[in-house]
Every structure is written in C-alpha cells, then in structure tokens.
Design a binder for this molecule. Structure first.
Ligand SMILES: C[S@@+](CC[C@H](N)C(=O)[O-])C[C@H]1O[C@@H](n2cnc3c(N)ncnc32)[C@H](O)[C@@H]1O
Length: 227
C-alpha cells in the first residue's frame, strides 16, 4: 500500500499495538499499520458517514476487518476508556484537535501515546499537550506538495517550555535536533514576513504581530548559525 510521506511519518511515530484514528477519512493510517503488522487492533472513527464509508471500503479491499473497526461519532466519543494505547488525530486544524483532546480527556488519560498532526495553530496544540499532562517526546516536520506538516508524538508525563515562545511556535524537539527542514520553513516564514512588512505602510497591531513573528523566526535561525 502506497501512502504519502506525511501519513508515513505519522505511522512511523506509532509505538503501541492498539490504536484509535480520530478523523480517519480514507482509513489509510490504520490500513497501512495493519498491513505492515505494526498493530493488532484499530478503531477508525469519523464524524461523517461519507469518509467512514471510504475507510470501510479500503478495510474490506485489504481484508482487514478482523483488525480495524469503524465507528461514527464526534472526536473521542465513539471510543471507550482503556481501549487503545495510541490515539492519532491528524489532518485537522489545531484548535479542533485541542478541543477534541480536552473534551475527551478521560479517554486520553487511559492512553499511553498521542500522535497529532495539526494543519495550523501548532503552538496551541503544543501548549494543550502540556496542559493535559503529556510531554512531547518527538516531532517531525515534513515538506510535501508545497506544504509543511508538523507531526507530534506525546507520552504521559509532566513538561513545560515555560515562557519560551519559540519552543511552542517552532517546536523544541525540531530546534534541538536542528532539523534541516525546520531551517527551510523558518527561512520561508522570514521571507513571507519581510514581504508583508515591505508592502505596507500601516503601523498597527497586525503589523506589530508580524514583526514579532519575524523576530521569533530570526531567533530560531540564529540557533542554526551557532556552532
Ligand atoms: C482532512 S481529513 C484528514 C484525514 C486523515 N486523518 C489524514 O490525516 O489524512 C479530516 C477528517 O476529520 C473528520 N473530522 C472532522 N471533525 C471531526 C470530529 N470532530 N471528530 C471526528 N472526525 C472529524 C472529517 O470528517 C474528515 O474525514
């Protein structure tokens, strides 16, 4: 089964044999993991029947019905406590992911690992991970089809980046390992902010915000230039 590099990176972070995939859509993640014998049970959930039908058809085509079960419902509602060790939530906005995590906190607390791939508002997701009693154990940043995708794996345990904004915005794990793709991302952000600033003569709150983001990006770039 061929899947995108983004989905492969999400799958590569899965550490346990039982998973839930929230917002499964096509069901590619559980199918890929089951076909590669990385899991022995998956609960594939989606709020919409259309996507769940797609997942069911893929599960049938690969004869994975004995391993993957589909369930219709909002966020973690279709899942029971203690049912799976890894919970994956990928391909959704960060604010929606935070909301799903907070509303489903009892089920999150009975899992060992969460793997998240927010499309935006990544800093909010990192803060929420810390607020619900997990620590960020690894991160990846993938560039595919002209877009950057953050993938975060978190395990149970206390952690805070305190007031270190660049760690929340750009990802402490990525900064610490000086991930080459993060440098590309930071350079593209600097370019974008400089363009916005050069094309405006406004000096309001929105421009101050862009200038602040530019400073943060430059701070990360400085770390790459350190020996
Ligand atoms: C863009 S797709 C991502 C599919 C897959 N997880 C991936 O990363 O490729 C988002 C999926 O999340 C589902 N979804 C949106 N809100 C949801 C919610 N609150 N609970 C469960 N699923 C949701 C949508 O129906 C859709 O199938």
């Amino acid at each position: 089964m061929e899947i995108s590099n983004r989905l492969k990176a999400i799958a590569s972070f899965v550490m346990y044999k039982t998973i839930a995939d929230i917002g499964t859509d096509h069901g590619y993640i559980p199918c890929f993991l089951a076909l590669n014998k990385r899991i022995n049970k998956a609960v594939a959930c989606d709020i919409n029947k259309g996507p769940l039908n797609k997942a069911e058809s893929n599960i049938n085509n690969y004869a994975l019905n004995g391993i993957i079960e589909t369930r219709l419902g909002n966020g973690l509602e279709p899942l029971k406590q203690n049912e799976v060790d890894t919970i994956i939530i990928a391909g959704m906005g960060g604010i929606l992911i935070c909301d799903i995590l907070k509303k489903g906190i009892k089920k999150i607390n009975t899992a060992k690992q969460i793997v998240l791939q927010p499309q935006r508002d990544i800093a909010d997701v990192r803060k929420t991970i810390h607020n619900i009693g997990f620590f960020i154990h690894d991160e990846a940043l993938i560039f595919e089809g002209g877009k950057y995708y953050n993938i975060i794996s978190a395990l149970k345990g206390k952690e805070s980046y305190n007031n270190d904004e660049i760690s929340y915005v750009f990802g402490k794990k990525l900064i610490d390992k000086k991930a080459p793709v993060l440098k590309d991302y930071v350079l593209s952000e600097i370019n974008k902010y400089n363009n916005i600033i050069s094309k405006t003569n406004k000096n309001d709150e929105s421009i101050n915000y862009i200038k602040h983001k530019l400073c943060l990006a430059k701070e990360v770039l400085d770390i790459y230039e350190m020996p």
